[in-house]
Design a protein around this ligand. Structure first.
Ligand code: CS2
Length: 488
């Protein structure tokens, strides 16, 4: 079977939809940092649609940590297959919006040079929460972060995302190049503002004049991104090849649903996003809150309780009637009253989330979503808990989800099998578990003392602490099913 490439596309007659534009005419103007499966199934698809309208918005991708995407896609001219699946239905499409991929560690100079190139007009990012090197509770740059310290000492060949952007922007300023927009597409509250904040805090430490220039010349629009994209498996590769008739080393598999809401505030033009289904908004915050709290908050709850209840995938977990009822109640009773999107029907939104989670074609691993909890819990669960507390309203289900995260950090399932904790704070979290367990209260108390996660307010909140600890004991002693039963 031939490998996907521009050449095989010339007379391809299989079912995968081909790019609707002449690939020889496209020009990159967007540098994307973090070209993983999510970007390839989301922004790159919208941009593929844009290229049929205007060929000047192709993507120069960059991987900062691993070369595997580059190595898989380079032999196929950076083409790849998007497989949209719902239960037994599958549709395939070849995406051509990625013009190339840069991978250049340990010295990211080629990536910095691409951002500082004359033709670059937009930088987009899907680098995950941890790459912002922020204090998760406050959103400020963490000056003690290892990569930040290294970059502050030697910014050439910067490793961290804030350092790398500042290095590139310093070059643009020096060469008097036009302004650009830097667009975060990560699941963070006010993601553009958060990014602007860490970038300007880093810049101020190396050159206050540069921080001022960034403020005047660079736009950091906020966005809300949504599409469920599990990691591709070998089984997916085989299924997709059998269907399309060519070999693709790294296709991406996703659901039919996709949403992108973008704040319309760009410094140097933008692709015709509004013509390809993107919602251009003056204020993205309500959408972000809705998505982070209802989708991602329940995803995290489902991941931690699902792992504890022995469910490997999200679809398995929501097929458990107790878990599904708990989740439904958490969303409708505790989260929905904290969300307000003008014109949106939140009951419909919740209903569609439960349908999306139950898509059996997506083998979305609970352990994949469980990763990086220290970076996710604050915006997914704790903000909602704070709002419920202020309103004097119950938040028992959200509290159970926080306890389930802490239980997860023990690294073992109720049947005694182990898994590893993937988290930038894994070292200190493992040390806490090692020093305190099997004393459940000591374990819970030590995690709840972490101000970078729980902030000054929740670390000092006695009723909150007591409620989390009592849930944590219930989870360890009686299991996840019993803990959820009273909360359905
Ligand atoms: C998930 C998200 O892995 C996770 O933490 O909650 O990646 C989720 O699938 C996306 O945000 C959906 O848009």
């Amino acid at each position: 079977m031939s490998r996907l490439s521009k050449q095989i596309l010339e007379d391809y007659e299989g079912p995968a939809i081909r790019p609707a534009y002449d690939q020889a005419r496209v020009r990159p103007a967007i540098v994307h940092l973090g070209i993983g499966a999510f970007h390839r199934a989301h922004q790159a698809v919208y941009l593929d649609d844009c290229l049929a309208i205007d060929p000047n918005w192709a993507i120069a991708g960059a991987s900062l940590r691993r070369g595997d995407t580059h190595d898989a896609l380079a032999p196929q001219d950076f083409l790849y297959t998007l497989a949209v699946r719902h239960d037994n239905d599958v549709r395939t499409r070849i995406i051509g919006s990625v013009a190339g991929i840069l991978y250049a560690p340990p010295d990211n100079e080629p990536v910095i040079a691409a951002i500082a190139a004359d033709d670059t007009r937009i930088v987009t990012l899907t680098v995950t929460e941890k790459a912002y090197c922020r204090n998760p509770a406050t959103g400020d740059l963490d000056p003690e972060h290892g990569d930040i310290r290294a970059d502050l000492e030697a910014i050439k060949g910067a490793r961290s995302v804030p350092g790398l952007l500042v290095a590139a922007l310093a070059q643009r300023r020096k060469r008097d190049l036009p302004p650009i927009s830097i667009v975060s597409c990560d699941n963070l509250p006010a993601n553009g503002t958060t990014l602007a904040n860490v970038v300007s805090q880093f810049a101020a430490m190396v050159d206050p004049g540069l921080a001022d220039w960034i403020e005047q010349n660079i736009a950091f629009p906020c966005t809300m991104v949504d599409r469920i994209v599990p990691g591709t498996t070998d089984e997916d590769r085989a299924d997709i090849s059998a269907l399309t008739g060519y070999e693709d080393a790294w296709p991406v598999v996703t659901e039919p649903f996709s949403q992108w809401v973008v704040e319309d505030r760009f410094a140097a033009g933008r692709p015709p996003l509004e013509q390809v289904g993107v919602i251009m908004a003056d204020n993205v915050e309500p959408y972000e809150i809705m998505k982070l709290r209802l989708l991602n908050g329940s995803h995290s709850a489902l991941a931690y309780l699902g792992v504890a209840a022995g469910h490997e995938t999200v679809a398995d977990a929501v097929s458990d009637p107790v878990l599904a009822a708990y989740l439904d109640a958490m969303m409708r009773i505790e989260i929905m009253p904290t969300v307000d999107v003008p014109g949106a029907d939140l009951n419909d939104y919740v209903k569609s989330l439960l349908e999306r989670f139950s898509n059996t074609a997506l083998k979305h691993k609970t352990l994949q979503i469980a990763m990086d909890g220290s970076q996710k819990i604050p915006q997914r669960l704790l903000g909602t808990i704070r709002d419920r507390k202020t309103a004097g309203a119950p938040h028992d289900r959200l509290t159970l989800a926080v306890a389930a995260w802490i239980r997860h950090l023990s690294g073992s399932r109720p049947d005694g099998s182990d898994y590893s904790i993937e988290d930038p704070m894994a070292g200190s979290l493992a040390a806490i578990a090692g020093e305190t367990l099997p004393d459940i209260d000591a374990f819970g108390n030590s995690v709840l003392d972490l101000q970078t996660i729980f902030g000054e307010d929740l670390t000092a909140d006695r009723p909150f602490r007591a409620a989390v600890l009592s849930n944590l004991r219930a989870l360890f002693e009686n299991g996840a099913g019993a803990a959820m039963k009273g909360l359905c």
